[in-house]
Write a protein that binds this ligand. Structure first.
Ligand SMILES: NC(=O)C1=CN([C@@H]2O[C@H](COP(=O)(O)OP(=O)(O)OC[C@H]3O[C@@H](n4cnc5c(N)ncnc54)[C@H](O)[C@@H]3O)[C@@H](O)[C@H]2O)C=CC1
Ligand SMILES: O=C(O)[C@@H]1CCC=N1
Length: 261
């Protein structure tokens, strides 16, 4: 199965590396096209067998799966510019471009082309993405093919397209929100006299513990909070202070601001 990835940036590069490193695709079956050469050395370091090409679009016509990983506003242009090479009606067109819809992908390819809208996040670089997929004109086997690719790179779920903007906010943008929490907690720790590296370790292991607990027992987070907050104790003082400063409201507002339909 030949996979061409258009765009060797954060997403395209991470997908190529992830697939090559874990052996889910033969590196020689992966071609990465970028119109600039700056990312080539980084990809070559991961695997010398991946075909990394600069502005050579010939593999578009032979790929079984085309993964489009350019900026959203460039998707229409690249698909239209290279339309003559995209004539295989069975080729799976997979776009990771946020805000590009299935209807647009259909319009810019052909009316019966199997098209996929995929929402990963940057943790795809360490094969820990939460990836959501919506598709149109794809049969069960084609959906399974795309599912298999992304399940090598983290957790995958199929969703209806109408959920994609909210899911994008929670996961693709959400990873940045999680980093911001980590940074804020580190800064608090540093102000209290903890060294930065130690503060980072403390926050990361605490978050890991929180995730493992919720996954192990399936509880609602509030049930776990209840186990921590001793009546009259110190945790509730901290939580209430955070809420006075608008913590929950700030998170919800941020998520909604990123929920672009
Ligand atoms: N960065 C993120 O967290 C996420 C990004 N996405 C989507 O992934 C897509 C790519 O984003 P990034 O990888 O972050 O961007 P990026 O800017 O890192 O990578 C885009 C790459 O495409 C290349 N490119 C541009 N035009 C080209 C052309 N005509 N032919 C070949 N290559 C071309 C650029 O040189 C660049 O290397 C975007 O559509 C974005 O919405 C989706 C989810 C998360
Ligand atoms: O900020 C953005 O627009 C892109 C899409 C989701 C994550 N990064």
């Amino acid at each position: 199965m030949k996979i061409t990835i258009l765009g060797a940036g954060n997403m395209g590069g991470a997908i190529a590396c992830g697939l090559a490193v874990n052996g889910s695709a033969q590196p020689q079956d992966i071609t990465v096209i970028d119109h600039k050469g700056k990312n080539v050395p980084r990809l070559r370091e991961v695997s010398e067998d991946i075909n990394v090409v600069v502005a050579d679009y010939s593999s578009l016509s032979t790929a079984d799966i085309l993964i489009i990983a350019v900026k959203p506003w460039m998707v229409e242009e690249v698909l239209k510019t290279h339309k003559a090479l995209l004539e295989n009606p069975k080729q799976l067109i997979v776009s990771v471009a946020a805000v590009v819809t299935l209807a647009q992908l259909q319009e810019w390819t052909s009316p019966h082309q199997p098209v996929f809208r995929v929402v990963p996040n940057t943790a795809i670089a360490v094969r820990q993405s939460m990836t959501y997929i919506a598709s149109q004109n794809a049969d069960k086997e084609q959906r399974e093919q795309v599912f298999r690719i992304f399940s090598q790179l983290g957790k995958v779920e199929f969703v209806e397209e109408k959920l994609i903007p909210a899911i994008t906010s929670l996961t693709s943008c959400g990873i940045a929100f999680a980093f911001r929490y980590i940074r804020a907690a580190m800064e608090g720790g540093i102000e209290m006299g903890v060294y930065p590296d130690q503060a980072k370790d403390a926050v990361l292991q605490t978050l890991r513990g929180a995730i493992d607990l919720l996954e192990a027992n399936g509880n609602h987070p509030e049930a776990e909070i209840d186990k921590v907050t001793t009546a009259g104790g110190i945790t509730i003082k901290g939580l209430n202070e955070m809420e006075h400063a608008g913590f929950t409201s700030a998170v919800i507002k941020g998520l909604k601001a990123s929920n672009i339909k």
